[in-house]
Ligand binder design. Structure first.
Ligand code: ZN
Length: 456
């Protein structure tokens, strides 16, 4: 009980100071009451866990938003997916006596945290979005991530909702001996790879022979089959097909749903597909799925838009595959553009920035509408070097280690040339960049500023 009081008290103090805490209250509370998560887990009827490398924050928010159409829900919205973040999510929802107002929790859980918290939570469904190489510092290897996920899955009796287009998810499904429901994109929407895009899972994890692909969506997601054994992409129960700003969601025996995509791009279409599939697995109605999508607001840094002197889009980059999909979004923006890339190497960013060499920055060099790039952050020079090797002329690269100066520079260049601006930043630069851009917006929109003044 003391842990709950202290956790709630910290939350309350931070809120008074205008800060929205996502981890600290849970961290302190867990230190005082190590059994806190088990205690909350005992109060809810079911937990839906969302894990995987990319897209879990968006998928969690989307799914929580859909479940909320039916019943109250506890969730950790902001990507705080370690034990302290999960504890904080419960602390935010519970009363001072520790009572939760909801019997369902939709929780984003880090792959390495899953085995630790699985025994304490009644996890009924586990969604795995994909398994890519990520955060080298923490896991070292992909095999380690897969082992952690399997260990976590085996500590539950959960039904798995897996991305069937990902051979590594398929492997988890085959190795876990749990009930599995696969989702995937419609077969005929796969494209041939423009160049060698596979990094992970080129080899069959069952027999070690190479995987053959008949088509790709992105990264290792595609129509794979093993040349040496019967390992093959499963036929998905839930299928998605991108149609403009919509995702056609198909489930055998039921009429198709045309789902609004609150955020654009194939990458996000997968998140919507994952959330809708999990929602269906939970028995949610089409109305709840539609309603959840309408109510959803993209979190900070997931293609967050700012209308300033030039239109600005802010993206989070954190690993090669996620970065590739951001780069894909940037180059498919048909406007002239200035790109600001911010790379830090603090613990939360990942100390090892060698992943920059795995990401497909060559895409930028090939974009004729790209007018300039400003690199920033502690590793601004590494980033500039990477771009040089990608084939971008040095004359178009500017290094400005100070974030605010770099954003200012990008904005001036964009507005002077009528270009759009894209800012791509790693984790610890995300909040500072979002804050600077929001403040800038407030200055830029006098009406908005007046309105805010008059209501405060
Ligand atoms: Zn095989």
């Amino acid at each position: 009980m003391l842990g709950i009081w202290i956790g709630k008290f910290i939350l309350w103090v931070l809120r008074l100071r205008g800060r929205d805490a996502t981890s600290l209250p849970g961290k302190v509370a867990l230190r005082i009451s190590p059994g806190l998560i088990r205690r909350f887990g005992g109060q809810v009827k079911r937990v839906i866990a969302v894990t995987g490398t990319n897209g879990k924050t968006t998928t969690t928010s989307l799914l929580a938003s859909m479940v909320a159409e039916r019943e109250p829900v506890v969730t950790n919205h902001k990507g705080a997916n370690l034990a302290q973040g999960i504890a904080t999510a419960f602390l935010r929802s519970c009363s001072w006596t520790g009572r939760l107002p909801a019997s369902t929790a939709v929780l984003e859980i880090d792959e390495a945290t899953l085995p630790a918290v699985a025994p304490d939570l009644p996890i009924g469904v586990i969604v795995v979005t994909n398994v890519f190489r990520d955060q080298l510092d923490r896991y070292g290897e992909l095999d380690g991530t897969l082992a952690k996920l399997l260990e976590g899955i085996r500590k539950t009796q959960a039904t798995l909702v897996l991305n069937g287009d990902d051979p590594l998810c398929r492997y988890l499904g085959l190795r876990s001996s749990r009930k599995v429901i696969y989702y995937g994109m419609a077969r005929d929407t796969a494209r041939s790879p423009r160049r060698e895009q596979m990094r992970d899972g080129q080899f069959c994890l069952m027999c070690g022979r190479p995987l053959r692909y008949d088509g790709f969506w992105y990264g290792q997601l595609g129509l794979y089959r093993c040349e040496g054994c019967d390992f093959v992409r499963p036929h998905p129960v839930f299928q998605g097909e991108l149609q403009g700003g919509f995702l056609r969601f198909t489930e055998e025996g039921l009429p198709d749903l045309l789902l609004d995509l609150p955020v654009s791009g194939l990458y996000n279409a997968y998140n919507v597909l994952a959330a809708a599939s999990a929602a269906r697995a939970l028995g949610l109605t089409s109305a709840a799925i539609h309603g959840g999508l309408r109510a959803y607001r993209p979190p900070e840094g997931r293609m967050q838009r700012f209308d300033l002197e030039a239109p600005v889009t802010l993206h989070l980059i954190k690993n090669p595959t996620g970065c590739d999909s951001v780069l894909d979004t940037v180059v498919s923006d048909g406007r002239d553009k200035v790109v600001v890339i911010g790379v830090n190497d603090l613990a939360a960013d990942g100390r090892d920035v060698s992943w920059l060499w795995d990401a497909d920055f060559e895409l930028l060099a090939e974009d004729p509408r790209l007018t300039a790039v400003v690199t920033t952050g502690f590793r601004a020079h590494d980033m500039a070097l990477r771009l040089k090797y990608a084939g971008l002329p040095e004359s178009r690269i500017r290094v400005e280690p100070d974030l605010e100066a770099a954003l200012q520079e990008g904005l001036s260049q964009s507005s002077a040339t009528g270009a759009a601006m894209h800012a791509l930043v790693t984790y610890t630069l995300l909040h500072p960049a979002a804050r600077w851009l929001s403040e800038r917006r407030d200055e830029h929109e006098p009406q908005g500023a007046l309105y805010r003044t008059s209501v405060s």
